[in-house]
Design a protein around this ligand. Structure first.
Ligand code: HEC
Length: 135
């Protein structure tokens, strides 16, 4: 009886931990970006939107936006240096996003993940090459 109760408890724990591990994250567990995706979901999704991790923290409409709504990374493309800068300095303005929510290796993993997965729904804007003259 006791053994049965214990194994039930263990099962429940395993299920809970499993759910906690990668819920909402659709980056494969075998992907080198999976860890960064989970870290992003845990630390950044409250204020940023990114569908690959189920994050919906950005504003959806101008009428219900709040100060902490950060850029939507489905649309905004970032490179790793920009993400590390934002993590260290609290966004680009330093006004709203907290600084150093993650540091070291974890910050790097988030930066690499975000650089790879941000901007997937960015609009393609036609570009014209302009040669600037220095004369
Ligand atoms: C409390 C809310 C909040 C949290 C948590 C948060 N951010 Fe932000 N973030 C913002 C806001 C608001 C801005 C826009 C203002 C600014 O850049 O200062 C922003 C800006 C950014 C930018 C600059 C984007 C651009 O192109 O303008 C990046 C990159 C960024 N955040 C990444 C992250 C990452 C990575 C995490 C998790 C480690 C995170 N944020 C957690 C609120 C947040």
């Amino acid at each position: 009886m006791k053994a049965a109760a214990i194994s039930m408890l263990l099962l429940v724990c395993a299920a809970a931990v499993g759910a906690c591990g990668s819920q909402g994250v659709s980056v494969a567990t075998t992907s080198p970006y999976h860890r960064g995706a989970v870290l992003f979901r845990d630390h950044c999704s409250g204020c940023h939107t990114l569908s690959v991790v189920g994050a919906q923290g950005s504003a959806t409409s101008i009428s219900n936006r709040v100060k902490t709504n950060g850029p939507n990374f489905n649309i905004r493309k970032e490179n790793p240096e920009q993400v590390l800068y934002a993590i260290r300095n609290g966004g680009f303005s330093g006004a709203i996003m907290p600084e150093n929510i993650v540091v070291g290796q974890e910050a790097k993993q988030i930066a690499e993940f975000l650089a790879a997965y941000s901007g997937k729904s960015a609009q393609k804007v036609p570009a014209t090459n302009i040669t600037l003259s220095t004369k």
